[in-house]
Design a protein around this ligand. Structure first.
Ligand code: HEC
Length: 180
């Protein structure tokens, strides 16, 4: 028997249509009951960091680490700490432009700008004496701003010990005494 190609095509098309209509004719499976949407959790209240919080978390440890790195003449680490302090104050001034009406960014620049530049010079020159002088100026800058902004009792000083038992401040990239 000779199958006419056009007939085959028509049959195939018809079969497809039939199959489709059979499919669509089947009763749709019962939709599972829509899950009860869980009540959205109440929005978490954002905790607004105070200037004191930021000082405690962002500034104070970096000031200490800078001092420890400089005392150990670990210049790459000291240079990094200076950048971190600059970034911390830039972020603080953005997040909290005013403290009791006073401009935080401008006061920080006035108090710390020159000492931070002097620190960068000392680090570039790898000069421990210049570093110590500039670090003292930085610390005075911290305290000048505290006095100006009603916190004269928050007195910053050079660290006399590390508060970071898990970070190495001496130069070199091998952990002290733990060579692999
Ligand atoms: C723009 C002015 C300003 C500068 C610059 C500044 N501080 Fe402060 N600092 C403040 C004020 C104001 C407070 C009190 C804020 C508060 O209680 O909310 C404070 C508080 C602190 C506190 C107390 C936080 C606590 O919980 O114990 C520390 C520590 C501190 N500053 C460290 C530093 C260090 C270190 C530097 C220098 C690298 C520095 N600050 C530079 C204004 C400044």
């Amino acid at each position: 028997m000779h199958h006419h190609p056009a007939l085959i095509a028509a049959l195939a098309a018809a079969a497809l249509v039939a199959a489709a209509s059979t499919l669509s004719a089947q009763p749709a499976p019962a939709a599972p009951p829509a899950p009860q949407a869980p009540a959205p959790p109440p929005p978490a209240a954002a905790y607004p960091m105070t200037l004191g919080d930021m000082m405690n978390t962002l500034v104070q440890p970096r000031h200490a680490k800078l001092g420890l790195a400089g005392q150990a003449q670990n210049w790459p680490l000291a240079g990094y700490a200076v950048i971190e302090i600059r970034q911390a104050f830039a972020g603080i001034a953005k997040a909290l432009p005013k403290f009791r009406g006073y401009p935080v960014g401008e006061l920080a620049d006035a108090a710390l700008g020159q000492p931070l530049n002097a620190l960068q010079d000392a680090i570039r020159l790898q000069d421990p004496k210049k570093f110590a002088v500039a670090y003292g100026q930085l610390t005075q800058g911290c305290n000048a701003c505290h006095a100006a902004l009603f916190h004269p009792f928050v007195v910053i000083k050079a660290p006399d010990a590390s508060a970071f038992p898990n970070q190495k401040f001496s130069p070199g990239q091998e952990p002290d005494g733990k060579q692999p």
